[in-house]
Design a protein around this ligand. Structure first.
Ligand code: GLU
Length: 260
């Protein structure tokens, strides 16, 4: 078992690869399980914020594009189609467990515009006070390259900082950080905990592990670095079986914990 901080406030990030099947379609069973487990965690008295990807992925599927487009405008169009659908699915899935949800779409101006930062902070607090689950994504339809978070790993770390979370939980399609690339090395072993992210550790992490999302292990490690600056530890674990979140939050050695 590992020693975790007392978790009163939790930010969970879920990526496109967890929300969808390999063919790009939504994995509704998994989303339902995730909604059940997260609602239960929230019911136990934890302030919860969910950072979600999937707007572009869902839009690509609905528009029948066949693959993730290259151009920014096409991605933004796909996000504009996908984001409301994604929220509808969350509203339905969480609604089943009486969890009220809210949509928060942010841009990187959050980090530089102090007024926006203060407003966003106050909105998060008001939603959490009102027992509502904020569901956050980047406002993909309006951002440009220069102001792009780009991947929601980074966004989730900034949100964990902003709400002063006790833990950032990043769910992905791999069990955590390995000492070598596990796809090429069957003897690769999972690193259970890291005091902090060093350059050597970043070398261990390859590129994106799927073609449906944006971030790979590197962006997750960078997210952990950002969160650590605000004394928020990060747990990177497999989101395939959402029920494992219960064990992980009890301190079972699942995934890779950084900065605890
Ligand atoms: N904001 C993008 C979306 O919802 C996701 C970025 C990412 O893959 O992390 O599709």
């Amino acid at each position: 078992m590992r020693k975790l901080p007392d978790i009163k406030r939790l930010v969970v990030k879920v990526g496109t690869s967890t929300l969808t099947y390999e063919n790009g379609r939504l994995n509704l069973g998994r989303i339902q399980n995730l909604a059940r487990v997260l609602s239960d965690v929230k019911n136990s008295g934890v302030d919860l914020v969910l950072v979600t990807s999937g707007a572009i992925g869902v839009g690509v599927e609905t528009m029948g594009l066949g693959h993730r487009p290259e151009s920014v405008a096409e991605k933004q169009a796909a996000a504009a189609v996908g984001q409301p659908q994604l929220m509808e699915i969350y509203e339905d899935s969480f609604g089943k467990y009486n969890t009220k949800v809210a949509q928060i779409l942010l841009t990187k101006y959050l980090l530089t515009d102090t007024k926006m930062h203060a407003n966003a902070t106050a909105t998060f607090e008001a939603l959490l006070d009102a027992d509502v689950l904020p569901i956050v994504n980047e406002n993909d339809t309006v951002v440009t390259d220069e102001i792009l978070f780009g991947d929601n790993d980074t966004l989730s770390a900034h949100i964990a900082t902003l709400v002063q979370a006790d833990l950032l939980l990043i769910l992905t399609d791999i069990d955590g950080l390995y000492d070598k690339n596990p796809l090429e090395n069957p003897d690769a072993t999972l690193i259970s905990s890291l005091p902090n992210v060093t350059e050597d550790v970043k070398v261990l992490a390859g590129g994106s592990s799927s073609n449906r999302g944006t971030g790979g292990m590197i962006t997750k490690l960078e997210a952990a670095e950002i969160a650590q600056k605000a004394q928020v530890p990060t747990l990177i674990m497999n989101g395939t079986e959402p029920d494992l979140i219960y064990q992980a939050l009890k301190g079972e050695e699942l995934g890779t914990i950084i900065g605890a």
